[in-house]
Design a protein around this ligand. Structure first.
Ligand SMILES: Nc1ncnc2c1ncn2[C@@H]1O[C@H](COP(=O)(O)OP(=O)(O)O)[C@@H](O)[C@H]1O
Ligand SMILES: [Mg+2]
Length: 312
């Protein structure tokens, strides 16, 4: 079976800015792949090239073995795109929006109506389908936006940060719906800057930063790449910079500044915590909290880039 998606050496620049730089990735049938990276990492630019909306500066995209270009192409019908911004007519109902977009995809009649029922069901909007989009909450609009991407039963569904700015309940129902699609055999490309979402949903995760895919694997593989057993988070107040620097020399550790302290990946958490307290005393820093856990994707990102992934 051919890969559903094959990107080879994809690149895109805007003037002197290299927004996407030599990205190669493959998605297998039924696989949910997460593209995880902070704002500005190049996620939307990558998805736009895969969808054939933006011409790459270099590289190729193949979907089911067929090359995608911006020129109209039948290969594109295998793709469903859920854009980052809501693309719906606010004064039409969800059903009317779906009918409109379905016709653009060449769907008609009873087939279209039954697909509309199915997709509204998938996103949990069956009861509200006849209501105008402008009466929806932010989370419901997002779900209707997802229904549009699903309508023509694509082989590959791409969702660009579909939970940004939605309430926790809608967020959960969106994540559940996407998990079900993966179970049903659809290949999914999911972009996010939320580590928890990538961990919860994705079979494999690519970490993207400054346009480059800097690591790729399952959650377990990515975490194992750190090779160290523990993640020590210390929250503190006072002159943090000198204290952080004093911790940097501990053997086998990686120290990263967080907004309110440090995160340290290390082989010896007990010794690390003791050193953090001892040096805090020396540098006039007050420690307000300590947490020891196994590394997560946030630790992987910190380790690779020296930056925090989450919104500050
Ligand atoms: N049309 C454009 N013109 C100029 N710069 C752009 C354009 N689109 C994106 N960029 C820049 O490219 C980089 C990657 O953007 P984007 O792909 O939107 O990142 P993400 O989706 O990960 O937040 C950013 O620095 C952004 O400002
Ligand atoms: Mg984006």
């Amino acid at each position: 079976m051919p890969a559903v998606l094959e990107c080879a050496h994809l690149a895109r620049s805007f003037g002197s800015l290299q927004a996407v730089d030599d990205v190669s990735l493959t998605i297998a049938p039924g696989e949910t792949y997460g593209l995880l990276g902070p704002n500005g990492a190049g996620k939307t630019t990558t998805i736009s090239m895969i969808a054939g909306l933006l011409t790459p500066s270099a590289g190729t995209v193949r979907v089911l073995g067929r090359e995608i270009t911006t020129a109209a192409s039948t290969a594109k019908s295998a793709i469903g795109l859920v854009p980052q911004d809501i693309a719906l007519y606010p004064d039409l109902s969800a059903r009317e929006n779906l009918r409109f977009f379905g016709r653009l995809q060449g769907m008609r009649g009873a087939e279209l109506e039954s697909r509309i029922d199915e997709t509204l069901e998938v996103v949990g909007l069956r009861e509200r389908g006849k209501d105008r989009i402008e009466t929806y909450s932010g989370g419901m609009k997002r779900r209707a936006n997802i229904a549009v991407g699903l309508l023509h039963s694509p082989t590959l569904l791409m969702l660009d940060e579909p939970t940004v700015g939605v309430d926790p309940q809608s967020r959960n129902s969106i994540l559940e719906a996407i998990a079900n699609l993966g179970t049903a055999g659809m290949a999914v490309l999911y972009t996010t800057h939320y580590m928890e979402e990538a961990e919860r949903l994705c079979d494999r995760i690519g970490i993207i930063d400054d346009g480059r895919l800097i690591a790729e694997g399952t959650r377990a593989e990515l975490v194992a790449s750190l090779g160290t057993a523990s993640r020590v988070t210390v929250r503190a107040e006072g002159p943090l910079d000198e204290w952080r620097e004093s911790l940097a020399g501990l053997p086998g550790t990686q120290v990263h500044a967080t907004a309110d302290g440090v995160e340290i990946t290390c082989p010896d958490p007990t010794g690390t915590v003791a050193a953090a307290f001892e040096r805090a005393g020396r540098h006039g820093v007050t420690i307000s909290g300590v947490d020891v856990a196994t590394p997560d994707l946030e630790s992987v990102f910190l380790h690779l880039t020296g930056k925090a992934l989450r919104d500050e």
